[in-house]
Design a protein around this ligand. Structure first.
Ligand code: ADP
Ligand code: MG
Length: 317
């Protein structure tokens, strides 16, 4: 099968249609329509085999996750995703692999109405790059720089499950029922609707891809502020709670791949936040407060300070 037949069979046919796409796959470039009063949010993420996912990962999950991590970036901006490009580097044109990979990609694309509008297909070590495009009302983007002293810090869902899943996938930990953690690792639910609902409510937002300490740290740096985190308030699943306390805290704070949202809310918007999340099944938990003093302090319920051993993942460290 040649490159063009491959693209047609696995990537052109099944994609949803977006009203903002004037021209999709097939020409030298796609053409997008940005409605008046809206802004375009663009982000790109690469997944490299053996770096971002174990080489043994199911092709379906690779396709799913390649899109999910990009949708999560749209969520963190409060943007509504509508179109994606896909640059695929494949060791070979393995049709069974492509069938499963595109299944994972398009099942998620369908749920969030994201059209595949183009890409690139090359031969080499397995690597997947997705660029995502989303729409925002003028000036409504949720930035990292908008946290202010006394704002409450919230996170969606639970923290550390994907980290636990990775330990299980690497046989570094045995869980009584590893499936939940593996699902969180391989098929994270991007908080797209939650992110859009946070427009006008959250002062700042980020998605937690490298661990809460690292990602909240980005908000603090961009906002020129510090924070106090209540260790005992961290939302933990029963699986993470089952670890010894030290390990549970380390995983919840520093393991990557959760793809939950971390955001700050001024007290005047707390009621609106509560109303907004009433319609979502996803939890939203207050975990701390923004402070004037720079730095991130993790405090136990008895007031004692917890000093984390590790921060987030860094590719070059
Ligand atoms: P060009 O040589 O002009 O860059 P290509 O031969 O790379 O064009 O691609 C032909 C068309 O197929 C383009 O519209 C491109 O966006 C699309 N395409 C290529 N690879 C993919 C892919 N993996 N997924 C979706 N569309 C793709
Ligand atoms: Mg090309």
């Amino acid at each position: 099968m040649d490159e063009f037949a491959l693209i047609k069979r696995y990537f052109t046919r099944r994609t949803p249609r977006s009203p903002h796409v004037v021209l999709g796959i097939g020409d030298d470039a796609a053409v997008l329509d940005i409605p008046a009063g809206m802004q375009l949010a663009v982000s790109v993420d690469t997944l490299v085999s053996g770096v971002h996912f174990p080489t043994s990962t199911e092709p379906y999950d690779i396709g799913y996750k390649a899109l999910a991590v990009n949708l999560s970036d749209m969520a963190a901006m409060g943007a509504e995703p509508f179109a994606a490009t896909l640059a695929l580097t494949l060791p070979q044109a393995d049709e069974a692999w492509l069938q499963r990979f595109s299944g994972g990609f398009f099942d998620l694309a369908a749920r969030y109405h994201v059209q595949l509008i183009g890409g690139d297909t090359t031969c080499g070590p397995l690597s997947i790059t997705v660029q995502i495009h989303g729409l925002l009302p003028q000036g409504a983007a949720l930035l990292r720089s908008g946290a202010r002293p006394d704002d409450a810090i919230y996170v969606t869902g639970t923290l550390g499950d994907a980290g636990l899943g990775l330990l299980a996938a690497q046989n570094k930990m045995t869980l009584p029922d590893p499936q939940r953690a593996l699902d969180k690792l391989n098929r994270p639910e991007p908080r797209v609707l939650e992110g859009m609902a946070l427009r006008g409510i959250a002062g700042s937002a980020i998605d937690v891809s490298d661990g809460l300490l690292a990602d909240l740290g980005h908000i603090l740096k961009a906002s020129g502020a510090g924070a106090r985190l209540n260790l005992d308030a961290l939302p933990l699943s029963p699986d993470v709670r089952a670890c010894d306390e030290e390990q549970a805290h380390a995983i919840a704070l520093s393991a990557g791949d959760d793809y939950e949202l971390c955001f700050t809310v001024p007290s005047s918007k707390e009621a609106a936040l509560k109303r907004a999340f009433e319609t979502f099944s996803c939890a939203c938990t207050r975990v701390g407060v923004i402070e004037r003093e720079p730095g991130l302090r993790c405090v136990r319920a008895d007031g004692s300070l917890y000093v984390p051993k590790a921060s987030g993942y860094d590719h070059f460290r």
